[in-house]
Design a protein around this ligand. Structure first.
Ligand code: FHN
Length: 437
Protein backbone atom coordinates (compact mmCIF):
# COMPACT_ATOMS: atom_id res chain seq x y z
CA UNK A 1 0.00 0.00 0.00
CA UNK A 2 3.14 2.18 0.12
CA UNK A 3 1.96 3.67 3.39
CA UNK A 4 4.56 6.12 4.64
CA UNK A 5 5.93 4.89 7.95
CA UNK A 6 5.23 7.60 10.46
CA UNK A 7 8.52 9.28 11.32
CA UNK A 8 9.30 8.48 14.97
CA UNK A 9 8.80 11.55 17.12
CA UNK A 10 11.24 12.65 19.82
CA UNK A 11 10.27 13.18 23.46
CA UNK A 12 13.48 14.61 24.88
CA UNK A 13 16.12 16.97 23.49
CA UNK A 14 19.28 14.83 23.72
CA UNK A 15 22.03 14.53 21.05
CA UNK A 16 23.66 11.15 20.31
CA UNK A 17 26.86 12.39 22.01
CA UNK A 18 24.92 13.42 25.13
CA UNK A 19 23.29 9.95 25.21
CA UNK A 20 26.69 8.27 24.78
CA UNK A 21 28.01 10.30 27.74
CA UNK A 22 24.97 9.47 29.89
CA UNK A 23 25.35 5.77 29.12
CA UNK A 24 29.15 5.61 29.23
CA UNK A 25 29.37 3.97 32.70
CA UNK A 26 26.84 1.35 31.53
CA UNK A 27 28.56 0.53 28.24
CA UNK A 28 31.91 0.35 30.09
CA UNK A 29 30.42 -1.93 32.77
CA UNK A 30 29.38 -4.69 30.35
CA UNK A 31 28.20 -7.04 33.14
CA UNK A 32 25.34 -6.85 35.64
CA UNK A 33 23.26 -8.97 38.00
CA UNK A 34 19.50 -9.42 37.62
CA UNK A 35 17.64 -10.51 40.75
CA UNK A 36 14.12 -11.96 40.49
CA UNK A 37 12.68 -12.30 43.95
CA UNK A 38 9.07 -12.42 45.16
CA UNK A 39 6.36 -14.63 46.63
CA UNK A 40 6.86 -17.01 43.70
CA UNK A 41 10.14 -18.06 45.36
CA UNK A 42 7.94 -19.64 48.05
CA UNK A 43 6.22 -21.81 45.40
CA UNK A 44 9.70 -22.49 43.98
CA UNK A 45 8.46 -23.50 40.54
CA UNK A 46 8.90 -20.43 38.26
CA UNK A 47 7.90 -16.78 38.64
CA UNK A 48 4.89 -17.36 36.36
CA UNK A 49 3.53 -20.10 38.63
CA UNK A 50 0.31 -18.12 39.32
CA UNK A 51 -0.50 -17.86 35.63
CA UNK A 52 0.77 -21.30 34.61
CA UNK A 53 -1.25 -23.09 37.30
CA UNK A 54 -4.19 -20.66 37.12
CA UNK A 55 -3.89 -19.98 40.84
CA UNK A 56 -6.54 -17.55 42.10
CA UNK A 57 -5.44 -14.58 44.19
CA UNK A 58 -7.14 -16.17 47.19
CA UNK A 59 -5.18 -19.40 46.80
CA UNK A 60 -1.96 -17.47 46.16
CA UNK A 61 -2.35 -15.75 49.56
CA UNK A 62 -0.62 -18.68 51.30
CA UNK A 63 2.68 -17.56 49.76
CA UNK A 64 2.19 -14.08 51.25
CA UNK A 65 1.30 -15.56 54.64
CA UNK A 66 4.32 -17.90 54.71
CA UNK A 67 6.90 -15.50 53.20
CA UNK A 68 9.63 -15.18 55.84
CA UNK A 69 13.10 -14.45 54.36
CA UNK A 70 14.94 -15.07 57.62
CA UNK A 71 18.27 -15.63 55.83
CA UNK A 72 18.05 -12.43 53.73
CA UNK A 73 21.44 -10.69 53.87
CA UNK A 74 21.83 -8.27 50.95
CA UNK A 75 25.42 -7.53 52.00
CA UNK A 76 26.20 -11.15 51.13
CA UNK A 77 24.41 -10.80 47.78
CA UNK A 78 26.39 -7.63 47.03
CA UNK A 79 29.71 -9.28 47.86
CA UNK A 80 28.82 -12.22 45.58
CA UNK A 81 27.95 -9.84 42.75
CA UNK A 82 31.14 -7.85 43.21
CA UNK A 83 33.32 -10.99 43.32
CA UNK A 84 31.69 -12.18 40.10
CA UNK A 85 32.70 -8.89 38.46
CA UNK A 86 29.20 -7.44 38.12
CA UNK A 87 29.13 -3.65 38.01
CA UNK A 88 25.38 -3.07 38.35
CA UNK A 89 22.42 -4.93 39.81
CA UNK A 90 18.70 -4.79 38.94
CA UNK A 91 16.18 -6.05 41.52
CA UNK A 92 12.50 -6.80 40.89
CA UNK A 93 10.71 -4.23 43.04
CA UNK A 94 7.41 -5.75 41.83
CA UNK A 95 6.94 -8.62 39.38
CA UNK A 96 3.75 -9.64 37.56
CA UNK A 97 2.29 -11.16 40.75
CA UNK A 98 1.91 -7.59 42.04
CA UNK A 99 3.77 -8.17 45.34
CA UNK A 100 5.92 -5.16 46.27
CA UNK A 101 9.33 -5.69 47.85
CA UNK A 102 9.31 -2.01 48.88
CA UNK A 103 7.27 -0.17 51.49
CA UNK A 104 4.75 1.41 49.14
CA UNK A 105 1.99 3.47 50.68
CA UNK A 106 -0.32 2.59 47.78
CA UNK A 107 -0.80 -1.08 48.60
CA UNK A 108 -0.93 -3.56 51.49
CA UNK A 109 0.51 -6.28 49.21
CA UNK A 110 4.08 -5.62 50.25
CA UNK A 111 7.04 -7.13 52.09
CA UNK A 112 6.65 -4.88 55.13
CA UNK A 113 3.28 -6.57 55.77
CA UNK A 114 4.74 -10.08 55.65
CA UNK A 115 6.82 -11.78 58.34
CA UNK A 116 9.79 -10.04 56.71
CA UNK A 117 8.56 -6.72 58.10
CA UNK A 118 11.38 -5.04 56.12
CA UNK A 119 11.73 -2.80 53.10
CA UNK A 120 13.73 -5.31 51.05
CA UNK A 121 14.43 -2.76 48.30
CA UNK A 122 15.97 -0.30 50.73
CA UNK A 123 18.29 -2.95 52.16
CA UNK A 124 19.24 -4.07 48.64
CA UNK A 125 20.05 -0.46 47.63
CA UNK A 126 22.15 0.23 50.74
CA UNK A 127 24.13 -3.02 50.50
CA UNK A 128 24.92 -2.87 46.76
CA UNK A 129 25.68 0.86 46.83
CA UNK A 130 28.15 0.19 49.66
CA UNK A 131 30.00 -2.16 47.30
CA UNK A 132 30.11 0.49 44.57
CA UNK A 133 27.59 -1.39 42.43
CA UNK A 134 25.15 0.75 40.40
CA UNK A 135 21.46 0.34 41.26
CA UNK A 136 18.64 -0.72 38.92
CA UNK A 137 14.95 -1.25 39.59
CA UNK A 138 12.80 -3.71 37.66
CA UNK A 139 9.10 -2.78 37.77
CA UNK A 140 6.40 -4.93 36.19
CA UNK A 141 3.82 -3.09 34.07
CA UNK A 142 1.69 -6.23 34.29
CA UNK A 143 -0.05 -6.77 37.64
CA UNK A 144 -2.07 -9.92 38.34
CA UNK A 145 -3.10 -8.65 41.76
CA UNK A 146 -4.29 -5.07 41.10
CA UNK A 147 -8.10 -4.92 40.66
CA UNK A 148 -7.95 -2.07 38.12
CA UNK A 149 -5.51 -3.70 35.72
CA UNK A 150 -7.98 -4.35 32.94
CA UNK A 151 -5.85 -4.83 29.80
CA UNK A 152 -4.03 -7.91 30.99
CA UNK A 153 -3.74 -10.64 28.35
CA UNK A 154 -1.67 -12.88 30.59
CA UNK A 155 -3.85 -12.98 33.71
CA UNK A 156 -3.92 -16.36 35.47
CA UNK A 157 -7.65 -16.58 34.94
CA UNK A 158 -7.30 -16.17 31.20
CA UNK A 159 -6.90 -19.29 29.13
CA UNK A 160 -4.12 -19.19 26.51
CA UNK A 161 -3.13 -15.56 26.38
CA UNK A 162 -2.81 -15.25 22.62
CA UNK A 163 -3.96 -12.02 21.07
CA UNK A 164 -7.50 -13.16 20.47
CA UNK A 165 -10.37 -10.71 20.84
CA UNK A 166 -11.28 -12.23 24.17
CA UNK A 167 -7.87 -11.27 25.50
CA UNK A 168 -8.66 -7.62 25.01
CA UNK A 169 -11.94 -7.84 26.81
CA UNK A 170 -11.68 -5.89 30.08
CA UNK A 171 -10.43 -8.31 32.66
CA UNK A 172 -11.79 -6.77 35.81
CA UNK A 173 -15.26 -5.99 34.49
CA UNK A 174 -16.28 -2.39 34.99
CA UNK A 175 -12.97 -1.46 36.56
CA UNK A 176 -11.03 1.58 35.47
CA UNK A 177 -7.54 1.18 33.92
CA UNK A 178 -6.82 4.86 34.58
CA UNK A 179 -6.70 4.00 38.29
CA UNK A 180 -4.00 1.41 37.56
CA UNK A 181 -2.06 3.91 35.46
CA UNK A 182 -2.14 6.29 38.44
CA UNK A 183 -1.04 3.43 40.73
CA UNK A 184 1.98 2.76 38.50
CA UNK A 185 2.91 6.45 38.42
CA UNK A 186 2.56 6.71 42.21
CA UNK A 187 4.80 3.70 42.77
CA UNK A 188 7.40 4.76 40.21
CA UNK A 189 7.47 8.11 42.01
CA UNK A 190 8.07 6.33 45.35
CA UNK A 191 10.84 4.18 43.85
CA UNK A 192 12.62 7.10 42.15
CA UNK A 193 12.24 9.47 45.12
CA UNK A 194 12.78 7.44 48.29
CA UNK A 195 15.96 5.46 47.53
CA UNK A 196 18.50 8.03 46.31
CA UNK A 197 20.11 7.99 42.87
CA UNK A 198 18.77 5.16 40.74
CA UNK A 199 20.86 4.28 37.68
CA UNK A 200 18.59 1.94 35.69
CA UNK A 201 14.80 1.57 35.26
CA UNK A 202 13.95 -1.88 33.87
CA UNK A 203 10.24 -1.84 32.96
CA UNK A 204 8.66 -5.16 31.89
CA UNK A 205 6.57 -5.73 29.74
CA UNK A 206 3.98 -4.11 27.58
CA UNK A 207 2.05 -5.23 24.52
CA UNK A 208 0.42 -3.01 21.95
CA UNK A 209 -3.18 -2.26 22.79
CA UNK A 210 -5.98 -2.18 20.18
CA UNK A 211 -5.26 -0.17 16.99
CA UNK A 212 -1.60 0.36 18.07
CA UNK A 213 -2.69 2.65 20.89
CA UNK A 214 -0.91 0.52 23.47
CA UNK A 215 1.11 3.38 24.83
CA UNK A 216 -2.13 5.15 25.81
CA UNK A 217 -3.27 2.05 27.74
CA UNK A 218 -0.04 2.07 29.71
CA UNK A 219 0.28 5.85 29.98
CA UNK A 220 3.75 5.34 28.56
CA UNK A 221 4.59 8.95 27.67
CA UNK A 222 3.56 10.21 31.11
CA UNK A 223 5.47 7.38 32.78
CA UNK A 224 8.68 7.98 30.85
CA UNK A 225 8.50 11.77 31.40
CA UNK A 226 8.04 11.13 35.14
CA UNK A 227 10.99 8.72 35.22
CA UNK A 228 13.35 11.12 33.46
CA UNK A 229 12.15 14.08 35.53
CA UNK A 230 12.80 12.29 38.84
CA UNK A 231 16.12 10.72 37.78
CA UNK A 232 17.57 12.71 34.82
CA UNK A 233 20.59 10.46 34.23
CA UNK A 234 18.67 7.20 34.46
CA UNK A 235 18.94 4.51 31.77
CA UNK A 236 15.66 2.93 30.61
CA UNK A 237 15.02 -0.36 28.78
CA UNK A 238 12.80 -0.86 25.74
CA UNK A 239 9.79 -2.66 27.17
CA UNK A 240 7.45 0.27 27.77
CA UNK A 241 5.26 0.66 24.68
CA UNK A 242 7.01 3.68 23.20
CA UNK A 243 8.52 2.45 19.97
CA UNK A 244 6.93 5.27 17.99
CA UNK A 245 9.32 7.63 19.73
CA UNK A 246 12.97 7.56 18.63
CA UNK A 247 14.03 8.24 22.24
CA UNK A 248 11.40 6.20 24.01
CA UNK A 249 14.08 3.87 25.41
CA UNK A 250 17.85 3.62 25.83
CA UNK A 251 18.71 -0.01 25.13
CA UNK A 252 17.38 -3.20 23.53
CA UNK A 253 16.87 -6.32 25.62
CA UNK A 254 17.46 -9.57 23.67
CA UNK A 255 16.27 -12.20 26.12
CA UNK A 256 17.69 -15.73 26.53
CA UNK A 257 19.12 -15.63 23.02
CA UNK A 258 22.04 -17.79 21.87
CA UNK A 259 25.43 -16.03 21.57
CA UNK A 260 25.26 -16.34 17.78
CA UNK A 261 22.12 -14.14 17.74
CA UNK A 262 23.96 -11.24 19.38
CA UNK A 263 25.89 -10.26 16.24
CA UNK A 264 22.89 -8.40 14.81
CA UNK A 265 22.84 -5.93 17.73
CA UNK A 266 26.35 -4.64 16.92
CA UNK A 267 26.37 -0.83 16.78
CA UNK A 268 23.26 -0.44 19.00
CA UNK A 269 22.85 -0.07 22.76
CA UNK A 270 21.79 -3.46 24.06
CA UNK A 271 21.92 -5.87 26.98
CA UNK A 272 21.07 -9.55 26.76
CA UNK A 273 19.21 -10.81 29.83
CA UNK A 274 19.92 -14.44 30.70
CA UNK A 275 19.15 -16.96 33.42
CA UNK A 276 21.37 -19.70 34.76
CA UNK A 277 18.46 -22.06 34.10
CA UNK A 278 15.09 -21.55 32.33
CA UNK A 279 13.38 -19.80 35.22
CA UNK A 280 13.95 -16.22 36.47
CA UNK A 281 12.42 -16.95 39.84
CA UNK A 282 13.82 -19.65 42.15
CA UNK A 283 12.90 -23.09 40.78
CA UNK A 284 13.93 -25.85 43.14
CA UNK A 285 13.46 -28.87 40.84
CA UNK A 286 14.80 -27.34 37.61
CA UNK A 287 18.01 -28.97 36.49
CA UNK A 288 18.76 -27.49 33.07
CA UNK A 289 21.53 -25.06 34.01
CA UNK A 290 23.88 -23.31 31.62
CA UNK A 291 27.49 -24.55 31.96
CA UNK A 292 30.36 -22.33 33.00
CA UNK A 293 31.54 -22.30 29.37
CA UNK A 294 28.09 -21.28 28.10
CA UNK A 295 27.94 -18.43 30.62
CA UNK A 296 31.45 -17.23 29.68
CA UNK A 297 30.45 -17.46 26.01
CA UNK A 298 27.48 -15.14 26.66
CA UNK A 299 29.67 -12.67 28.56
CA UNK A 300 32.51 -12.65 26.03
CA UNK A 301 30.22 -12.60 22.98
CA UNK A 302 28.26 -9.71 24.46
CA UNK A 303 31.39 -7.56 24.90
CA UNK A 304 32.71 -8.77 21.52
CA UNK A 305 29.56 -7.33 19.90
CA UNK A 306 29.49 -4.09 21.89
CA UNK A 307 26.75 -5.10 24.34
CA UNK A 308 26.09 -6.05 27.96
CA UNK A 309 25.12 -9.22 29.77
CA UNK A 310 22.78 -9.13 32.76
CA UNK A 311 22.80 -12.52 34.44
CA UNK A 312 19.90 -13.47 36.70
CA UNK A 313 19.81 -14.99 40.17
CA UNK A 314 16.53 -16.15 41.73
CA UNK A 315 16.98 -16.14 45.52
CA UNK A 316 15.12 -18.69 47.66
CA UNK A 317 12.14 -17.68 49.83
CA UNK A 318 14.56 -17.59 52.78
CA UNK A 319 16.54 -14.89 50.96
CA UNK A 320 19.63 -16.77 49.86
CA UNK A 321 21.34 -17.52 46.54
CA UNK A 322 21.23 -21.30 46.32
CA UNK A 323 24.29 -23.53 45.92
CA UNK A 324 23.88 -23.76 42.12
CA UNK A 325 23.85 -19.98 41.71
CA UNK A 326 26.75 -19.56 44.10
CA UNK A 327 28.83 -22.19 42.26
CA UNK A 328 28.14 -20.50 38.90
CA UNK A 329 28.95 -17.05 40.28
CA UNK A 330 32.15 -18.29 41.93
CA UNK A 331 33.39 -19.83 38.66
CA UNK A 332 32.65 -16.63 36.73
CA UNK A 333 34.39 -14.65 39.46
CA UNK A 334 37.51 -16.83 39.15
CA UNK A 335 37.63 -16.13 35.39
CA UNK A 336 36.77 -12.43 35.74
CA UNK A 337 39.37 -11.83 38.44
CA UNK A 338 42.10 -12.72 35.92
CA UNK A 339 40.50 -11.64 32.65
CA UNK A 340 38.09 -8.75 33.30
CA UNK A 341 40.29 -6.32 31.33
CA UNK A 342 39.05 -8.08 28.19
CA UNK A 343 35.44 -7.26 29.16
CA UNK A 344 35.29 -3.88 30.93
CA UNK A 345 35.56 -0.81 28.64
CA UNK A 346 35.78 -3.17 25.66
CA UNK A 347 33.81 -3.52 22.44
CA UNK A 348 34.32 -5.04 18.99
CA UNK A 349 37.61 -4.30 17.18
CA UNK A 350 37.99 -2.50 13.82
CA UNK A 351 37.48 -4.89 10.88
CA UNK A 352 41.21 -4.81 10.04
CA UNK A 353 41.80 -7.16 12.97
CA UNK A 354 39.32 -9.78 11.78
CA UNK A 355 40.61 -13.36 12.11
CA UNK A 356 39.56 -16.55 10.28
CA UNK A 357 36.48 -18.19 11.87
CA UNK A 358 38.38 -21.49 11.95
CA UNK A 359 40.60 -20.19 14.76
CA UNK A 360 37.51 -20.17 17.04
CA UNK A 361 38.66 -16.90 18.65
CA UNK A 362 36.33 -14.13 19.88
CA UNK A 363 37.95 -10.70 20.00
CA UNK A 364 37.35 -7.69 22.21
CA UNK A 365 39.09 -4.35 21.94
CA UNK A 366 39.79 -1.50 24.31
CA UNK A 367 39.93 1.66 22.18
CA UNK A 368 41.43 3.70 25.06
CA UNK A 369 44.38 1.41 25.78
CA UNK A 370 44.64 0.10 22.19
CA UNK A 371 44.69 -3.48 23.44
CA UNK A 372 43.19 -6.37 21.48
CA UNK A 373 42.02 -9.46 23.38
CA UNK A 374 41.86 -12.93 21.84
CA UNK A 375 39.54 -15.35 23.68
CA UNK A 376 40.72 -18.85 22.79
CA UNK A 377 37.53 -20.92 22.61
CA UNK A 378 39.68 -23.68 21.10
CA UNK A 379 43.23 -24.02 22.38
CA UNK A 380 45.72 -24.61 19.51
CA UNK A 381 46.69 -28.27 19.34
CA UNK A 382 49.59 -28.07 16.84
CA UNK A 383 52.30 -27.74 19.50
CA UNK A 384 50.84 -24.41 20.68
CA UNK A 385 51.52 -22.52 17.46
CA UNK A 386 48.85 -19.90 16.73
CA UNK A 387 49.12 -18.11 13.37
CA UNK A 388 47.55 -14.63 13.14
CA UNK A 389 47.38 -13.91 9.38
CA UNK A 390 48.49 -10.40 8.35
CA UNK A 391 49.29 -9.34 11.93
CA UNK A 392 53.05 -8.81 11.50
CA UNK A 393 52.75 -5.01 11.31
CA UNK A 394 49.87 -4.75 13.80
CA UNK A 395 51.30 -5.74 17.18
CA UNK A 396 54.34 -4.90 19.29
CA UNK A 397 53.93 -7.37 22.17
CA UNK A 398 51.86 -10.34 23.29
CA UNK A 399 51.09 -11.87 26.69
CA UNK A 400 48.53 -13.99 28.47
CA UNK A 401 46.11 -11.71 30.27
CA UNK A 402 45.70 -13.86 33.40
CA UNK A 403 49.34 -13.75 34.50
CA UNK A 404 50.93 -11.18 32.12
CA UNK A 405 53.37 -13.89 31.01
CA UNK A 406 55.06 -12.99 27.70
CA UNK A 407 54.09 -14.96 24.62
CA UNK A 408 57.02 -15.16 22.23
CA UNK A 409 56.26 -14.87 18.55
CA UNK A 410 57.89 -14.81 15.14
CA UNK A 411 56.78 -12.92 12.02
CA UNK A 412 56.76 -14.68 8.67
CA UNK A 413 55.30 -13.51 5.34
CA UNK A 414 53.37 -10.80 7.11
CA UNK A 415 51.89 -13.21 9.66
CA UNK A 416 52.49 -13.49 13.39
CA UNK A 417 53.20 -16.98 14.74
CA UNK A 418 52.61 -17.10 18.48
CA UNK A 419 54.44 -19.77 20.48
CA UNK A 420 51.89 -20.89 23.07
CA UNK A 421 52.66 -23.38 25.86
CA UNK A 422 51.52 -26.89 25.03
CA UNK A 423 49.69 -26.93 28.39
CA UNK A 424 46.49 -24.83 28.23
CA UNK A 425 46.39 -22.19 31.03
CA UNK A 426 43.97 -23.00 33.91
CA UNK A 427 41.00 -21.11 32.49
CA UNK A 428 38.01 -22.45 30.55
CA UNK A 429 38.70 -19.75 27.96
CA UNK A 430 42.26 -18.35 28.12
CA UNK A 431 42.81 -14.78 26.90
CA UNK A 432 45.76 -13.33 24.97
CA UNK A 433 46.42 -9.61 25.32
CA UNK A 434 47.94 -8.02 22.19
CA UNK A 435 49.63 -4.62 22.37
CA UNK A 436 48.67 -2.88 19.14
CA UNK A 437 51.12 -0.67 17.26
O1 FHN B 1 7.56 -12.29 32.04
C1 FHN B 1 8.83 -11.76 32.36
C2 FHN B 1 9.71 -12.81 32.97
O2 FHN B 1 9.13 -13.34 34.13
C3 FHN B 1 11.07 -12.16 33.32
O3 FHN B 1 10.87 -11.11 34.26
C4 FHN B 1 11.69 -11.63 32.03
C5 FHN B 1 13.02 -10.95 32.32
O4 FHN B 1 13.46 -10.30 31.15
N1 FHN B 1 10.78 -10.65 31.41
C6 FHN B 1 9.47 -11.15 31.11
C7 FHN B 1 9.50 -12.12 29.94
O5 FHN B 1 10.09 -11.46 28.84
Amino acid sequence: TGLLHAQPKQLFKETPNEKAKRMEWWTDARFGMFIHWGLYAQAARHEWVKQRERITTENYQKYFDHFNPDEFDPKKWAKEAKAAGMKYAVLTTKHHEGFCLFDSKYTDYKATNTQAKRDLVKEFVDAFRAEGIKIGFYYSLIDWHHPDFTIDRTHPQRLGGDASEADYAPLNKGKDMSKYRQYMQNQIKELLTNYGKIDIMWLDFSYPGKNGKGHEDWGSVELLKLIRKLQPGIIVDNRLDLNNYSDGYDFETPEQVKPSELLKYKGKYWETCQTFSGSWGYYRDENTWKTHRQLLDLLITSAANGGNLILNVGPTARGEFDYRANNALDSIGYWMHANNKSIYNCTYPPDTYKLPEALDIKQTYNPETKKLYLHLFTYPSNYGKLVLPGYADKISYAQFLHDASEILYKTENGDVILELPKQKPPYEIPVIELFLK
